[in-house]
Each structure stands twice: as C-alpha cells, then as structure tokens.
Design a protein around this ligand. Sequence first.
Ligand SMILES: [Zn+2]
Length: 234
Amino acid sequence: MKAEVDETDAVVISPHPDDAEFGTAGTVARWTKAGKRVVYVVCTAGDKGTTDRNLTPQALTDIREKEQMAAADRLGVAQVDFLGFPDQGLEDTPEFRKEIVRIIRKYRPHTVVTTDPYRRYIWHRDHRITGQVVMDAVFPYARDHMAYPDMLAEGLEPHKVRKLLFWAAEDVNYRSDITDTFEDKLAALHCHASQVIELGIDDLEAWMRRRCREMAEGEPFALAEAFHRVILPS
Ligand SMILES: [Zn+2]
C-alpha cells in the first residue's frame, strides 16, 4: 500500500507530551496564524512523569494524550502523531531512527523543530536521545534513497529538510518573536494541567513571561523562544 504524503511547513518532534509547549508553542502559534501547516509528533506516551502513586501508567498515558491534543488544538496544529515509545525508554536505535525518517518522508517538512541533544549535565535522557535521533534522521537518512529501499516501495521518497530548530539549546543563535502569541503559548501550557501541577510553579504566567523576556535579550521585541538553528545544505 502506498503511504499518503503531505507537504508540511513544520514538523515538531517532542520526547513527551508538553515539551513542545514549553519549547516552541509561541512560534508554532505564529506559524499557524500565518496559515502554515504544522504537525506534532510525540515520541513517548509520557507514562512515567508523575509523583502521584495512585495513577497507573495507562491512566497517565490517557490523561497526557488528551492534554496534548487540547494544547495542539489550541495552537492550530493540523495533526498529532503519538509514536507510543515508553517514557524513559528512548534509545538511539535503528528502529527509532527509521520511525523518524518515515515521519519526515511522509510529511516532507521545510522545518523540523526538536529538543537540543547537546545540553550538558542534567538533561532528560529522552530529550538528549530524541534530539540526536531526529538530527541523524534528517541528515543523511531521510535524504538518501539507498538508506531505506523498502520505503521507496511504499511511496516514501527521500526528502531534504531545509531548517532545524533545537529548543533548550545552550548555544542559542536564533530568537523567535512570540510577543503576539505569548498568550497562545500560555493557554496551550495550561492544557497540560497534570504536568503544571508536577512542576510546582505557583504562577505559571509570571514564570513563563520572565523566561521569554530573558530569551528576547538583545532583540527589538519583548518576548521570545530561543533556539539553535541549523540551515541545511540544499
Ligand atoms: Zn520531556
């Protein structure tokens, strides 16, 4: 059977439900308001991120999937794919890499947004692995037809991503203006009620506003999301 292929402006690949909202929701809202097509891919079910001992992994998976769908809906995201890998279980394997290549060849994005793999010291292993695997999948595996001959038979042709944006980067070289979409980011974050509670932040708006103000440092606008940006060779 031939896979359905859909040109997309941006694919956002996050390790867990809620990571994309913290990292890039303001930028996503700006894009969707400009008519761009954005797709979310969530690698794990987020089934371990709780201190509530009464919750089962399945119950937590259900809650987090619903929260992620609500947040994506609020941001005008066209599609959310849940890959369903176990939380705290991502590894840099051929299977995971191939799954990401499949996503890239299916949605054919101009831009891929994900988590920075090169953050030092304390960093969730799933975040480090996701960033690494996405980067490798974009270049060279999604690009080269010989990488996965079986995908060609499915209609999943090679694809060249033009731009990569990594959130949570220590080496920031691009600050995205989210002054007009900060409220959308905040509303999307509030959709993740079970995670906001876990963070123990009293005033999410004040906390997020302060962070976004810091990320806009040196720019002519007030609020930003910061990234390491890579332009790929054409
Ligand atoms: Zn996460």
